[in-house]
Design a protein around this ligand. Sequence first.
Ligand code: IMP
Length: 193
Amino acid sequence: MANFYSPQTYGELNEGISQVLFSEEDIQNRVLELGQAISRDYEGCRPLLVGVLKGVFPFMSDLLRAITIPVEVDFMAIASYSAEARDKGYVRLQKDLDESIAGRHVLFVEDVVDTGLTLNYLLGNLRARGPASIKVCALFNKGRRRLISVPLQYKGFDLPDKFVVGYGLDYRELYRNLPFVGLLKPQVFSPGR
Ligand code: IMP
């Protein structure tokens, strides 16, 4: 039996959380299912998992270990822009992949897909490099805010149209280390009120 941390273990960080949406156990069970499906579908293909730093790293780490076939991993990083620039779909690569993806079966791993603009830009960028195939595995999906249609072949959970933190997702670089995902209390966004 796995041991899961209780939210109270995270003291000060947990005090900022108003509601846990997905417990550590929920997330670990779903990641295991995704890993099993990917292992079946990519048997004999040696897929390359591609993630975007930093939010994806806990999910990538757990997903990788839930995959039981030979698999490789690589990362990109993008510069964060103002909300306005992001809304226009502007993305600047800060770190590119280390290896060529020409002829490879690429599985793009995302933490959360919201408007879909970031994913749409990155998929276009990767498709131009001639992979044998490219599919997407997203742990969280905020479908109601989608501005552009993006294919999600593997999906963990649907999220409400709310800002969430934990399991890699941050607010001002904090909360990434929570093993669960939750909503923040309003006072975290506007301290002193
Ligand atoms: P999109 O381009 O609107 O789909 O934005 C996706 C990116 O926005 C994700 O990779 C996250 O970095 C960030 N993001 C979207 N929603 C949340 C959230 O609720 N919490 C933390 N980061 C988020």
